[in-house]
Every structure is written in C-alpha cells, then in structure tokens.
Design a protein around this ligand. Structure first.
Ligand code: 1GP
Length: 254
C-alpha cells in the first residue's frame, strides 16, 4: 500500500518540522470559496488539506475535492465522519477508529462494512487512533459518536489510550476537542501524550489563534488541524501556518 503522505508526515517529524493542515467542511464551501481558500493555502505553504465533517449533509464531496485539485497540489486527506465520505479523487484517507469511546460501531463496526469500498478507492489509507477530548460543551462529533469524550484533565487516560492505539498498530494519534470546541486540548495533555508515543500526534478542535497553534506544537503536537477559525477569517491561514512552522522541535518534558 502507498505511504507517500504518511511518510511525509513522519519525515517532517524526524526533521523537526511541524505540519499544518486546514480542515475544509464540504457543507460550508462552494467553488468560489474553495478557490479563495486554496489560493491562501498555497501562499501560506499549508502542508495538508483535510476534507470532511461529522455530519456532511451535502452530496458534493467529489466536486469539492476536484475543485481543490484544479487549483493546488497540496495533498488532500479525507477526514470522514461517516463511511460514505470517500472520494477517489483525494490522495489519502484517515481511517479513524474512535479509541477514546466504547461505541463498537466506531471502533470497528463501520470499518467492516466499508472496508471493500475503502480499499477499492485506491486512496492511501492512514490508520488513525482518534481520541475525542472534552472541549467544554457537546460538539457535533461528541453527539453523533454517542461516546463520552476523555475528561480534559485526565491526562493519564489520554496517555494510556494513545499508547494502546499505537501498540495496536495505529500510525497516527489524533486528539480532537471537536470542531468549534469551546476549549481546545490543553498543552499539558498534549505534552503528556506526546512524551509517551512515537507515532506523529495530530491535534485539533477549537484552535482559534496562532499562539495556541504554536504552543500546541511546542508541547509536542506534530500536525495541527484548524477548521472553524479559518472559515471565519481566511487571513488566519498564513498566521497559523507561520506559527506552526516556526515552532521548536523539542517537546516539553512532563
Ligand atoms: C475538528 O480538529 C478539527 O475535528 C478542527 O476543529 O473546526 O474547531 O478548528 P475546528
């Protein structure tokens, strides 16, 4: 199986470079908006574009992906909230298992049903241990997943969950406070988890300013994902990307 995107994430981590991804929700964009977003993303040297949402209502995922492709060569990684969110026009797909929850459907059930379809897509599949962290209020993903997020101050639970995910063979660990979270994942929790795993650590949910993106990287995040804040203010793309790319290599020791 291809590992181009994954290897690029790993290599960037090895070289001490932090990565920045913009999350595009297909429900919230049209062709004009995509053109503007991709132009800004190229200019800001965004590393990856994630496409997906917990509840995609519109039925134009293929159009969104091809429209992005028309304008730019930034790798497109699907971040599916449901098994139907697969487009063969993308480059890769985060194959998410909600390891922080105890809902068997999201741990393995939906994967069994969608496996033949996902495999046939030809996309680079990146096995990802997805951990939902309490962000201060219910988010779409916490409601839809019917799973209790990890309490935001329970660093030990987060550490053990991430370690288990890594030992089960997951190639990325993604800590998410949920899109539009009131409170982003704390730097303390990021540092604690990052000190205990070797695979790249993705962090997202409720990151609203470049300072927080920078501090998350300094604490040990390898890939920062921002959606909402950028939907509200496109100019943040460059500031966020610069902050992430300027972050130091060494994780804080806890
Ligand atoms: C959500 O991590 C992503 O799954 C991004 O969250 O939209 O709050 O930036 P925001």
């Amino acid at each position: 199986m291809r590992e181009v995107i994954y290897q690029s994430i790993v290599n960037r981590k090895k070289n001490g470079q932090k990565s920045f991804a913009v999350l595009i929700d297909p429900d919230k964009v049209d062709a004009k908006k995509i053109d503007a977003l991709t132009a800004m993303a190229l200019q800001a040297k965004v590393d990856y574009l994630l496409v997906g949402g917990s509840l995609v209502i519109s039925n134009h995922l293929d159009e969104v992906v091809t429209q992005i492709k028309k304008n730019c060569d930034i790798p497109i990684i699907l971040f599916p909230g449901t098994p139907s969110q697969v487009s063969r026009y993308a480059d890769g797909l985060l194959y998410l298992s909600l390891i922080s929850g105890r809902n068997p459907e999201l741990l393995i059930g939906q994967h069994v049903i969608s496996a033949p379809f996902v495999k046939k897509s030809g996309l680079e599949i990146i096995s990802t241990g997805y951990m939902l962290i309490d962000g201060g209020a219910p988010t779409t993903v916490s409601y839809i997943s019917n799973a209790i997020p990890i309490p935001s101050d329970k660093n030990e639970i987060a550490i053990c969950t991430a370690m288990a995910g890594e030992m089960l063979g997951m190639k990325l660990i993604y800590m998410d406070a949920g899109s539009g979270a009131k409170r982003a994942v704390s730097e303390e929790m990021i540092a604690a988890v990052s000190a205990n795993i070797e695979v790249p650590l993705v962090v997202g949910g409720g990151i609203r300013n470049p300072e927080k993106a920078y501090l998350n990287c300094k604490a040990g995040a390898d890939l920062i994902v921002v959606g909402n804040a950028i939907e509200k203010d496109g100019l943040l793309i460059k500031e966020m990307a610069d902050a992430v790319h300027a972050a130091p290599i060494k994780a804080l020791k806890v």
